[in-house]
Design a protein around this ligand. Structure first.
Ligand SMILES: [Zn+2]
Length: 290
């Protein structure tokens, strides 16, 4: 019998997602890597995403990939591989600008471009979106709906963060909220610690805490009857990525902390829970709560 720490937590309530972008497109590096130098940077997203696809294949996991249009343009074959492997294809926009730094028209154009490139590659309609650095805002929801999308997964209820956006009408007790008729917000997970909410959904937080503690938090969320939404980026399983100088200390820490253990942790996490794509998880949640 497998030791209990390795046994799988059976649930239909956990969703897995990957924000498919490269190491140099991250907000923490924006101060030192100019947007117009992206073409000159070493492209590592393809091999890193392939590594994650390999791990998910080993564990029989299907996830949602929120794909940056810029990456789809550079690596069309990668997008086809993700789609052919049966993962849900969703959008992360085109240029990874924080939404609240864009005008409404700029955001609409960014989204049209990002969605168009990816849909042309896969032939399938995109329904889901995740905002760069979770910078979701109310007016952006109207544009997402106008473009035919039906869900967003960018909001952390009850968490204050220097970059995260905020949405009106979010009930902190509900993990999935119909914020417009027919359009849902699938919240990214937060762990309640005392009166505070700590983001417990992945990214830097997945690398910050010891793995056993992170996993215990995920179990606590699921045991409370709440669903769980996890996210990760391809560059997080790549300790060999180029290091850049001149970063603020906090940004350097957020980006580089524990990159060398993340591949192993992701492997463990995939084997510890039963994961599903966000769209499928949303449909089942709505069916069982209607
Ligand atoms: Zn991103």
């Amino acid at each position: 019998m497998a030791p209990s720490s390795r046994s799988k937590f059976e649930t239909t309530q956990a969703a897995m997602s990957i924000d498919v972008e490269d190491w140099f497109q991250v907000e923490n590096l924006k101060g030192v890597i100019e947007r117009d130098t992206w073409d000159e940077q070493e492209l590592r997203v393809e091999r890193n995403t392939d590594r994650m696809l390999e791990l998910m294949d080993q564990h029989g996991v299907k996830c949602t990939c929120f794909i940056l249009g810029w990456v789809a343009e550079k690596c069309p074959e990668l997008i086809k591989r993700i789609s052919d492997a049966g993962h849900e294809i969703a959008s992360h926009g085109y240029g990874h600008d924080l939404i609240y730094n864009l005008s409404h028209d700029e955001f609409r154009e960014d989204m049209k471009r990002g969605i168009g490139i990816v849909e042309d590659l896969t032939g399938a309609k995109i329904r889901g979106y995740r905002a760069p650095s979770f910078s979701i805002t109310d007016w952006a929801i109207d544009i997402l709906q106008e473009l035919g999308l039906t869900y967003d997964s960018s909001a952390f209820p009850t968490v204050a963060h220097d970059r995260y956006g905020k949405l009106a009408g979010m009930d902190s007790g509900k993990p999935i909220v119909e914020i417009r008729d027919g359009f849902h917000e699938v919240c990214v997970s937060v762990l309640k610690v005392g009166k505070k909410g700590v983001p417990w959904a992945g990214g830097g937080y997945f690398r910050l805490f010891p793995y056993w503690m992170f996993k215990r938090g995920v179990k606590r969320i699921l045991n409370s009857g709440m669903p769980y939404v996890f996210y990760i980026h391809p560059w997080e399983v790549d300790p060999g990525q180029p290091r850049v100088d001149g970063l603020k200390r906090s940004h350097k820490f957020r980006h580089y902390n524990n990159l060398d253990v993340c591949d192993q942790r992701f492997d463990n996490l995939l084997s510890s829970f039963t994961w599903r794509p966000v769209g499928e998880f949303l449909d089942d949640y709505l069916a069982s709560n209607s």
